[in-house]
Design a protein around this ligand. Structure first.
Ligand code: FAD
Ligand code: DHB
Length: 397
């Protein structure tokens, strides 16, 4: 078969790209390794920047997010037992974030795709990409019916995440990797219990980082910093709740409602970027090109803005026969990516316990937090970065 854009991966970046292209009348086919159910079962991000929410509207899939998403104007930082509110709205000049789970966003995009009758090959095996250095890129795979398939296309969009085939298909001497692996992971727990507080609480405690987040007024998401050697099987629900209580303050301990976990998993923390993000007619977008540690909730939002830049570039190519957008894609994305990478690394460094840094590391963190939380400039810096950059932040500079 033939299409204009072959998209590898039906996570948020692949699905959103498909939808934005469809709206512009550009034909795209998605090839995904897993089943749709499996993709929906992955519990991941939960916070959308305003820019991401606007993109969902642009893609025509924002209605449920507006109905069910929770708009947050602030976050709380709990620093060794003392709470500080960061007024995001005030210090970012009027921006907010929306609590809306990646699962819900993915479901909305999947429903829109199915409703429009667009082609997605789920459970594709042995996916391979080729020909992107010339003018005839192609994708091959074995479909779920066992048949070998080939898609010829004008462009390939690598939206296949950190473990995908697209980045791996680029010759090593044409790609540069930057990576930092952190000496701990996040143990996450999802439960049908009311959130402990109206706003998210990011906690720096002597026992390690904790995050109290939510998906709705009745569903909570909590995270604990844990050693990389920990195994999720060894964390009973009771052990999780006990440890969380120890990392919170009295007010949160009193209002914490516990319950059985719906999901529990450990995610390692990593900063990772590749340069460039374009190789001839192959583009990398989202986690295929970069990973942030989750502190600050930038991963999903970066994936969405990559895809906005990529869809704009492809639309420009097909509608105006201009290559300016595709030529600038990599540079344009990377500037934004590095800004979010820096913030996520910095916020991670500020809020976690680093076993090798010892007591002086903790003192440095406390002094920095003392400065930031008592300074207009500090609060503005946290708020502006947390709510995210506008899409055109680098234009004309
Ligand atoms: P993905 O969501 O990874 O989607 C890629 C898709 O490509 C997948 O469906 C995969 O099955 C498919 N694929 C892979 N290989 C192939 C192949 N060879 N052929 C075809 N298809 C393929 N971000 C936050 O902001 N907050 C969080 O709390 C948070 N928690 C996270 C927890 C975990 C465990 C992980 C892994 C990520 C987390 N993130 C979080 C990051 C956020 O979820 C990602 O940034 C976001 O999912 C990126 O979307 P994506 O579409 O680029 O990649
Ligand atoms: C969530 C995850 C994050 O990394 C974060 O900074 C805030 C919220 C979440 O999963 O809800």
């Amino acid at each position: 078969m033939r299409t204009q854009v072959a998209i590898i991966g039906a996570g948020p970046s692949g699905l959103l790209l498909g939808q934005l292209l469809h709206k512009a009348g550009i034909d795209a086919v998605i090839v995904e390794r897993q089943s749709g159910e499996y993709v929906l079962g992955r519990i991941r991000a939960g916070i959308l920047e305003q820019v991401t929410a606007d993109l969902l509207d642009e893609a025509g899939v924002g209605a449920r997010m507006h109905r069910e998403g929770l708009v947050h104007e602030g976050i709380e930082l709990l620093v060794h037992g003392t709470r500080h509110r960061v007024d995001l709205h005030k210090y970012s000049g009027g921006s907010t974030v929306v609590v809306y789970g990646q699962t819900e966003l993915t479901r909305d995009l999947m429903d829109a795709r199915a409703g429009a009758g667009l082609t997605t090959f789920y459970e594709a095996e042995q996916v391979q990409v080729g020909g992107f250095d010339g003018n005839a890129p192609f994708v091959t795979f074995r479909g779920k019916d066992g048949r070998e398939q080939r898609i010829d296309c004008d462009f390939i969009a690598g939206c296949d995440g950190y473990h995908g085939v697209c980045r791996a298909s680029v010759p090593k001497d044409r790609i540069r990797e930057y990576e930092k692996v952190y000496p701990f992971g996040w143990l996450g727990l999802l439960s049908d219990t009311p959130p402990v507080s109206e706003e998210l609480i990011y906690a720096n405690s002597a026992r390690g980082f904790a995050l109290c987040s939510m998906r709705s007024h009745t569903r909570s998401r909590y995270y604990l910093q844990v050693p990389l050697t920990d195994n999720v099987k060894d964390w009973s629900d009771d052990a999780f709740w006990d440890e969380l209580r120890l990392r919170l303050d009295d007010k949160a301990r009193e209002s914490l409602v516990t319950g059985p976990s719906l999901e529990k998993s450990i995610a390692p923390l990593r900063s990772f970027v590749v340069e460039p993000l374009r190789f001839g007619r192959l583009f990398l977008a989202g986690d295929a090109g970069h990973i942030v540690p989750p502190t600050g909730a930038k991963g999903l939002n970066l994936a969405a803005t990559d895809v906005k830049y990529l869809s704009a570039a492809l639309i420009e190519y097909f509608k105006e026969r201009s290559e300016a957008g595709i030529d600038h894609y990599s540079e344009r994305c990377l500037r934004r990516v590095w800004r979010a990478e820096r913030f996520s690394w910095w916020f991670t460094s500020l809020m976690h316990q680093f076993p090798d840094d010892g007591p002086i590391g903790t003192k440095f963190q406390l002094a920095e937090l003392d400065y930031l939380l008592n300074s207009e400039a500090g609060l503005r810096s946290i708020a502006e970065n947390y709510v995210g950059l506008p899409l055109d932040f680098a234009e004309g500079r």
